[in-house]
Design a binder for this molecule. Structure first.
Ligand code: SF4
Length: 577
């Protein structure tokens, strides 16, 4: 598909130009979008050209318009079909997207293909990058700023299935994929049986546990039977998308025992396929007890600038999509990497919660010349030991190779331990004879140990310093700057649909997240412009008022002087008479 002719400002002045001033005030969001955001999107056209053939195929719908529609979809939370209707009927959209009044819209699948184009050509972040660059140009985001970071879960666009349902559904998809590739004579003798079992029958959820287990084993047998039959077949059959997925699911869900019997696995590994309709959506959980939250989907790291003053607006600086099972710690590195790609320097300070804090991350930040601000997590609790005698209660000095316990006793021995495989260095401090007569021994050392031993990492002093710092009122006050990210995530979820993905697959989910971030930044920028416009209007109004008042005052004095003269004339007239 080739590109159409691009007219930067034709329609705005040709068609809507005549009625726009009456319909849209200066502070109207669509008018401001046309004035400020549209030129930013138009600036992306050169990059969008790479997604199209230069001189081949029929001209497509203008990609800058489509990029604008994608942003509007997440600004106003509308699906593809409704977005196309708005392009056709909504004057605000027409004005903002520089469309002619006669624009009749396009087929909704155009948006589907356009998103696919963006992904295939590595342009998923195009809108977000362009908006962020424009914000930098306007001086609203600086290259190096204070930032805050947090993560949230994104629900996949698929149902959560049981292990049995997942295998059955994968088998059904594989059979559907094979059907058009195999003529009836080429199909195996068990084809009809599998087709009837997995495509024409439904699972009875009320069946007993034994029945369901038997069905699971049977599904495992059927998987293996089909995969073994496919072994000598041509590559086109063996390596189809759904057949490859079936092979993967079989390996995750079953073990083939030495006697050839197939047994379902009891404990699933992290990251196994949960639903074959989106194999990249993973199961994960967070929180404990009644706050425990389980989901199938993805995870996103959201970073934004911390406003310099209260009442100011911060802007999203990066949005990183992760697999649901990934932890926050590597999320920080990926976030900084992404920001560097977008032309941002390391933040002066980054406010995070305890999940991002480790001795290594604080140390690395210091080495790079910035501050990672967040509370260090308490050390792991050991059953039967008092909270007061955890590692953080010991004063450790690795350089001096000594540790002082809560009872004020100094360690008797320090050994450096190096893990052979990873090369990781740790230090073990032992408190020997001092523990013998210590009244707190039962609270400090486990029963089966004659004395207390602590093992700390090579950077433990960094962690120790942070644990002390975080108790100070100054640190607590500084950490209040992190709180705003919770509100921003809530805004992204409620106003821009971050919580639930509309699409399937990691690449599409990432594209959605980038569009959500771009839409949020556009909205915040427009809010700032609207505020500035209304402030200017108020100033103009008050200056008119002042002008009016200042011209009334001299008039009033001239009038009063004139009245006074008349009164004097009246007085002398009366005297003379
Ligand atoms: S048990 Fe040993 S390490 Fe623990 S407080 Fe007593 S003396 Fe110190």
């Amino acid at each position: 598909m080739s590109l159409p002719q691009f007219d930067v400002q034709g329609s705005l002045f040709e068609s809507l130009g005549a009625i726009a001033p009456d319909l849209f005030s200066e502070g109207d969001k669509y008018k401001l979008f046309a004035k400020k955001i549209w030129p930013v999107l138009a600036g992306c056209r050169e990059q969008l050209m790479e997604c199209y053939e230069v001189d081949n195929g029929r001209p497509g719908v203008e990609p800058v318009v489509l990029l604008g529609v994608l942003i509007f979809q997440f600004l106003e939370m509308v699906p593809d079909r409704q977005a196309v209707e708005l392009v056709k009927y909504h004057l605000g959209w027409k004005l903002a997207l520089n469309l002619k009044l006669s624009e009749s819209g396009f087929h909704p699948t155009t948006l589907v293909y356009f998103r696919q184009r963006l992904i295939e050509h590595g342009k998923a972040e195009l809108a977000m990058r362009a908006v962020l660059a424009a914000l930098q140009k306007e001086g609203l985001v600086s290259k190096r700023s204070k930032q805050r970071l947090d993560s949230t879960h994104v629900l996949g666009a698929v149902a959560r299935l049981s292990a049995l349902e997942c295998v059955r559904e994968t088998l059904a998809l594989a059979l559907e994929e094979l059907k058009p590739k195999l003529v009836v004579e080429q199909r195996p003798e068990f084809w009809e049986l599998l087709w009837e079992r997995y495509l024409e029958s439904k699972l009875d959820y009320k069946s007993s546990e034994e029945t369901l287990q038997a069905k699971r084993r049977q599904a495992g047998d059927d998987c293996l039977r089909l995969l073994q039959w496919l072994e000598p077949c041509p590559s086109e059959l063996r390596h189809g998308q759904q057949v490859s997925l079936l092979r993967e699911v079989f390996a995750q869900q079953f073990v083939v025992e030495a006697n050839g019997k197939i047994e379902p696995v009891k404990v699933h590994a992290t990251g196994v396929v949960q639903n074959p309709h989106d194999p990249q959506a993973e199961w994960s959980a967070k929180g404990r007890g009644k706050h425990k939250k389980e989901w199938v989907g993805y995870k996103v790291q959201v970073a934004e600038t911390v406003p310099k003053e209260e009442g100011q607006i911060g802007f999203i600086t990066s949005m990183v999509t992760q697999r649901a099972s990934e932890s926050d710690d590597p999320g920080l590195d990926v976030t900084l990497e992404k920001q560097a790609q977008m032309g941002l320097e390391r933040p002066s300070e980054m406010y995070v919660d305890g999940a991002y804090i480790s001795a290594g991350s604080i140390h690395q930040a210091k080495e790079q010349g910035w501050n990672l601000m967040g509370p260090a997590q308490p050390s792991a609790a050991r059953t039967g030991l008092d909270k007061a005698y955890r590692i953080e209660a010991f004063d450790v000095s690795i350089s001096e190779r000594k540790a002082i316990c809560p009872a004020g006793k100094t360690s008797t021995q320090c050994s450096q331990l190096t893990e052979q495989k990873s090369g990781k260095v740790t230090y073990r401090f032992e408190f020997g004879r001092q523990c013998r007569d210590c009244p707190a021994k039962s609270l400090c050392a486990p029963k089966d140990q004659p004395h207390r031993t602590i093992v700390v990492g090579a950077l433990h002093e960094v962690l120790q310093q942070r644990r002390r710092e975080q108790q100070s009122p100054k640190f607590k006050l500084q950490m209040q700057q992190r709180n705003g990210i919770e509100g921003s995530i809530s805004e992204l979820v409620r106003a821009h649909g971050l919580r639930r993905t509309r699409y399937k697959g990691f690449a599409k989910v990432d594209l959605q997240n980038q569009l959500v971030a771009a839409a949020c930044n556009v909205k915040r920028w427009l809010q700032k412009l609207i505020k500035a416009t209304s402030q200017t209007d108020r100033e103009v109004h008050s200056s008119h008022q002042r002008l009016l008042t200042s011209s009334i005052v001299p008039l009033r004095s001239v009038f009063s002087r004139w009245v006074a003269r008349l009164a004097i004339f009246d007085f002398f007239g009366a005297v003379l008479a």
